[in-house]
Design a protein around this ligand. Sequence first.
Ligand code: UDP
Ligand code: MG
Length: 321
Amino acid sequence: MSQLISIVLPVFNEEPGIQATIDTLLNFTEQQKEDYELIFVDDGSKDKSVKIIKHAIELHSNIKLVEFSRNFGHQLAITAGLQYTSGDAVVVMDADLQDPPEVIPQMIEKWHEGYDIVYGKRMQRDGETVFKKFTAAMFYRTFKHLATIDMPLDTGDFRLMNKRAVKQLQKLHEQDPFVRGQVTWIGFKQTSVKYHRQERIAGETKYPLSKMIKLALDGITSFSMKPLQFANIFSVVPIVSGVFYLGYLFATGRYTASSVGMTILLFTLGLLLLSVGILGSYLGRVLDQVNDRPRFIVSETEGFQERNKGIHHLDARQMRS
Ligand code: UDP
Ligand code: MG
């Protein structure tokens, strides 16, 4: 019996390009010896993305759809998609063809060699702004210094995972998951294949600066405690400089340097607010976890076989081991 590969594709307002993605993937999968299922996770699209996918489901039995009740974000769409897979291996990729399907056979080859996880390493990124490339490069390098996990550089969410890796990921239940960090965290045998990240086939990026910042903060606050200690380090600076300044005032007899005093005050206030901000970011994460809401709500599924439906409706929370 041939192996089944599940492809998980998060979708958010991809109307202009989704048909091309479906056609390209169907064309690709037909030429492969493995069987494929395409699981689209609609993350609350407001355009015709869902309609186009549903139409494709009528024509092709290997296409499936998980529909969120609203936009819960890319990382949760991936997380949800993983819960619905039944393949021997799972591939996660963008629904805009930025991650070329031609790389999948190379990933499968590595998997057959005995690797559990094969991630795509970007050698080149087309059609992305200098700002995005620069901030991404900065983030990954900073993250490396801060985090307790050794996440490979220049990787996104394009990767293949085998069944046992997916099973472990399904057990994690962070409210705001940073999936690529989680994948590194679970361990197993991991390797990479290099690829050339393409330009988006259509539409705009669905990652505005605000979402990029949220992703970066989720990554750092879920895999590093170091920023919490910054508050301690920062407090040393104003204290030490305050003491020296006082010594200087007494030594020189200049007691009325109000402008310098003001500078120190502002400096101290800035550090104080920054420290509170850092605490707040972590506290927010704790609060999220304490609230213990389901992480996402699925409003509808289509294309899955009846017998599979029941279990898939369970949220990860109910599946906890
Ligand atoms: N996406 C999503 N929810 C969001 C934002 C994006 O499901 O809130 C999807 C999007 O449709 C795409 C993938 O996640 O398939 C990656 O987003 P995008 O291509 O916009 O990011 P970029 O490649 O520009 O970093
Ligand atoms: Mg993309």
